[in-house]
Design a protein around this ligand. Structure first.
Ligand code: NAP
Ligand code: MG
Length: 404
């Protein structure tokens, strides 16, 4: 069989621990035999980040801006223990944070669902995609712990030196204080990323904030979304028969639980952080959660939502064979290859990505799965736990058949 051709390289960001091992297996077994793979390779493994003073991470992010599509393996975000374990020069920043800072995007997380794993919420029939604003708010806040009486004020000095000042609270006892910000430019790009994603996946878009309480901060988000929708997206949405729907966050939470799924739910940074864990757990497993960072100027970075699965890696190092779920990492590759195919007009590559995903789903639907999914499947379904390598071999044989 002739291998499927690519024209533009994918930006490949390798990573750490168990996911790094699986990364290589996926390439060797599921991609390289079928695709004439072109990548520009960046090793974001912790050792290389340390050796290059993290320059490699920045380079990989700029390469994503250049080529438009990247696929990323999970990476260690170092903490004190990792600094010791890897003898690091510094406690390097989270690679995802660096990549987001360069691409300025929105993170979309969607579960991979199969009929034998029922969501905890009975009414959900289709995936719910969380779109999380990945900039500002409490993640960039300044905060104080106050040990006694005193007046807290909010002060803004404009570039001409004019002050705007308001009392926050006259403290009569110890307490806490926090200052948050966001920027119109970032909120606008968040909005456009969400509208574009909804169009590309032909799903309704929901957006929710607490604008009734936060009449300046959250209302700004609401107004910016509405303005961009009316001016730039309304017609396109109507053409596709999809809707944009804004509602208060408490109302949204209640509606999400009663819904059938099948929409994109856009959320501010903190809300998205919390709700994505709730939604992924309710759909089954973090190992089945895909993630893509979409920038406003149309760059895409695909990855699994989970981490490097450290505990499995330590067992692997002892010579044990593991049953680690490769689904989300495989879907990162298929997502990136499909997007590359779409951008370059390579129908064979798009078709390959579709078949790779359907080979994965067929394998799961045949009851062949990794250990983590066994407790989640319906009691009536006959399921067998296999090792990662066996699972990948089963996918490979189904994929080969589909492609022949
Ligand atoms: P994790 O790697 O997601 O793993 C947490 C636990 O979830 C695992 O121990 C495992 O449970 C289960 N799990 C996750 N993915 C699985 C899979 N594919 N197959 C089977 N089970 C899976 O999170 P963590 O242990 O908190 O973090 C490990 C490292 O990953 C950290 O250094 C962190 O910085 C990094 N991290 C990176 C990213 C990223 O690059 N995007 C995201 C999160 C974390 P059992 O052990 O019970 O089987
Ligand atoms: Mg979180």
């Amino acid at each position: 069989m002739e291998k499927i051709k690519m024209t533009t390289p994918l930006v490949e960001m390798d990573g750490d621990e168990m996911t790094r091992i699986i990364w290589q297996e996926i390439k060797d077994e599921l991609i390289l035999p079928f695709v004439d793979l072109k990548t520009e390779y960046y090793d974001l493994g912790l050792k290389m980040r340390n050796d290059t003073d993290d320059k490699i991470t920045w380079d990989s992010a700029y390469a994503t801006k250049k080529y438009g599509v990247a696929v990323k393996c999970a990476t260690i975000t170092p903490n004190a223990q990792r600094v010791e374990e890897y003898n690091l020069k510094e406690m390097w920043k989270s690679p995802n944070g660096t990549i987001r800072a360069v691409l300025d995007g929105t993170v979309f997380r969607a579960p991979i669902i199969i009929p034998s794993v029922k969501p905890a919420v009975k009414t959900w029939e289709k995936p719910i995609t969380i779109a999380r604003h990945a900039y500002g708010d409490v993640y960039k806040a300044t905060e104080f712990r106050l040990e006694g009486e005193g007046k807290a004020e909010l002060v803004f000095t404009d570039k001409d030196g004019n002050e705007k000042r308001e009392t926050i609270y006259d403290f009569e006892c110890p307490g806490v204080l926090q200052g948050q910000y966001n920027k119109d430019t970032s909120i606008k790009s968040f909005a456009r990323s969400c509208f574009n994603y909804a169009l590309a996946t032909r799903q309704d878009l929901w957006f929710s904030t607490k604008d009734t309480i936060s009449k300046k901060y959250d209302q700004t988000f609401k107004f910016i979304f509405q303005e961009i929708y009316d001016n730039e997206y309304k017609e396109k949405f109507e053409e596709l028969g999809i809707t944009y729907f804004y509602t208060l966050i408490d109302d949204a939470v209640a509606r999400v639980i009663r819904s059938k799924g099948g929409f994109v739910w856009a959320l501010k940074n903190y809300d998205g952080d919390v709700m994505s864990d709730m939604v992924s757990t309710a759909f089954g497993s973090l190992a089945m959660m895909t993630s893509v960072l979409v920038s406003p100027d149309g760059n895409y970075e695909y990855e699994a939502a989970h981490g490097t699965v450290t505990r499995h890696y330590y067992r692997y190092l002892k010579g044990e064979k593991t049953s680690t779920n490769p689904m989300a990492t495989i879907f990162a590759w298929s997502g990136a290859l499909r997007k590359r195919g779409e951008l370059d007009g390579l129908t064979d590559l798009v078709d390959y990505a579709d078949k790779l995903e359907s080979a994965c789903l067929d394998t799961l639907n045949a009851g062949i799965m990794t250990k983590d999914l066994i407790p989640l499947v319906d009691s009536g379904v006959e399921a067998k736990a296999v090792l990662t390598s066996e699972f990948i071999a089963e996918i490979k044989s189904r994929l080969a058949e589909k492609l022949s």
